[in-house]
Design a protein around this ligand. Structure first.
Ligand SMILES: Cc1cc2nc3c(=O)[nH]c(=O)nc-3n(C[C@H](O)[C@H](O)[C@H](O)COP(=O)(O)OP(=O)(O)OC[C@H]3O[C@@H](n4cnc5c(N)ncnc54)[C@H](O)[C@@H]3O)c2cc1C
Length: 433
């Protein structure tokens, strides 16, 4: 048995972890089901944990074919490997989450979204097909339009084990992004700026939630892939090098996540970056993955770990709902230095998290106080017709998850297809999926 957790280091559980190196290994594990597949463990909570059997897929990491931007790869390949292999010849993932250390299987199972959801949709948009091993050990190739594809993309490993997939990469001329940063001083201004820049290929805002919506200072980072003509002379367009990472050896003192301290840190961060607002050229790693520069930053919150709250709100109730969430967070005097706001476009797949509107994500140190606050945030989100991201969840009660009618439909489909007693995670049990 091994003590494992998700990225948030909460909850922690003793799980029997085995590693799959081949399709035959996966079949053997499924014969001893129940189990859950695990990618690189970047989901925050317990989605990739099963005390009985957790099947680590990261050793199935071969890239099988590549032609003209179309890649067939095993589920354990990391986005970081895909980027380092193909960016030097001008190819980049069509959709990427805020860390490159996710596996292909994990990106598909969570149907991850990036800073371009408003234009390009979620990861599903670049997936042509997936090979899934089901409860009987048979492998089915599911393509767009198939029910199995729809439920698997976003299905959190609960429809079977993804063995391999075909995805399409995006051609890019350079590895640089032209970043345009706008410094804004309230939620209202920030939402207006998002709406005015819907044609920007990438957009994401860091927003200060420690002082309510009217003082919600934010930094909106817009981005587009730079062309060769954007680069200064003598800059190699595709010189992709590995960067050194700074270690985070220990946790920060808990008072930093409270009241005036938090407000002070957020204020300093905003003022420092507001001075540098405007357009500049940044490399792909700094724009898409700023947190990856810190090794094990999940230790920052200390031994007890942290929990993330991420909800999506429909466009029509986003302004009001976000204002209520920010008011509640400010009143609690707890929170994080990193609250992230993104604009979502149309719903991507039937069981995908994004819906047209806005998504807010923020971390809280794992504590009773945070869990109570998150339960109040759940109530506000549901009152505004919102939903929650399973890849970030570690603590939702079943009733909150089931308020999304798609959860009942998913659970019913699993039961009928004989999946519900074969593929289970601590999360699926907690949420009654
Ligand atoms: C710093 C950071 C930033 C993030 N930013 C974003 C973001 O911007 N957008 C976003 O959408 N997400 C984001 N995430 C969440 C992350 O992208 C997802 O949780 C992703 O699923 C993690 O992939 P993984 O390989 O680590 O999978 P794991 O965490 O190991 O597993 C996640 C889910 O995928 C399933 N799974 C994994 N492999 C397989 C397989 N082979 N077959 C079947 N199921 C499988 C697991 O069962 C589990 O349900 C972020 C996470 C971190 C740590």
């Amino acid at each position: 048995m091994t003590r494992i957790s998700g990225w948030g280091r909460f909850p922690v559980a003793e799980c029997k972890v085995t590693s799959a190196r081949s399709e035959a290994d996966v079949a053997r594990a499924i014969a001893k089901a129940p189990l859950i597949a695990r990618g690189n463990g970047r989901a925050y909570g317990d989605a990739a944990m099963n005390t009985g059997q957790t099947l680590d897929m990261t050793a199935m990491d071969r890239m099988l074919s590549f032609e003209d931007g179309v890649l067939v790869a095993e589920a354990g390949v990391l986005l970081a490997d895909i980027i380092h292999t193909f960016l030097p010849s001008g190819w980049f993932p069509m959709v990427t989450p805020g860390t490159k250390y996710v596996s292909l299987g994990g990106a598909i199972a969570a149907d991850v979204h990036g800073k371009n959801h408003h234009l390009d949709g979620s990861f599903r948009a670049c997936v042509d097909w997936v090979d899934v091993m089901g409860p009987d050990g048979n492998v089915t190739r599911a393509a767009k339009g198939d029910d199995l594809f729809d439920w698997t993309v976003g299905g959190m490993g609960l429809t079977g084990v993804i063995l391999r997939a075909q995805i399409r990469l995006r051609p890019v001329e350079t590895m640089y992004i032209v970043q345009d940063t706008r410094a804004l001083t309230s939620l209202e201004e920030t939402l207006a700026a998002f709406e005015e820049t819907l044609d920007a290929p990438y957009s994401v805002a860091w927003i200060d939630c420690s002082d309510g919506p009217h003082h919600g200072h934010s930094l909106l980072h817009l981005g587009r892939h730079a062309t060769v003509s954007d680069l200064p002379e003598d800059t190699a367009p595709l010189d992709v090098t590995h960067k050194r990472k700074l270690p985070v050896p220990f946790g920060a003192p808990p008072f930093l996540f409270r009241g005036l301290w938090l407000r002070g840190i957020n204020g300093i961060y905003w003022r420092r970056n507001a001075k540098r607002a405007g357009e500049k050229l940044v490399d792909w790693d700094s724009y898409f993955y700023p947190l990856d520069a810190l090794l094990n930053w999940n230790r920052f919150y200390g031994r007890k770990g942290f929990v993330q709250f991420q909800c999506a709100l429909p466009q029509e109730s986003s302004a009001e709902g976000l204002a209520e969430l920010m008011t509640e967070i400010a009143a609690s005097q707890t929170g994080s230095v990193l609250s992230v706001l993104k604009r979502f476009g149309p719903q991507s797949g039937p069981f995908s998290f994004p819906m047209p509107g806005y998504t807010l994500a923020l971390d809280f140190p794992a504590s009773e106080r945070s869990l109570e606050l998150m339960s109040r945030l759940d109530t506000i989100t549901l009152a505004h017709g919102g939903r929650f991201y399973l890849a970030k969840d570690a603590r939702m009660p079943e009733a909150v998850a089931k308020a999304d009618p798609r959860a009942e439909a998913f659970a019913a489909m699993r039961k009928q297809a004989g999946l519900s007693d074969r593929f289970t995670s601590l999360q699926s049990e907690r949420l009654g999926l």
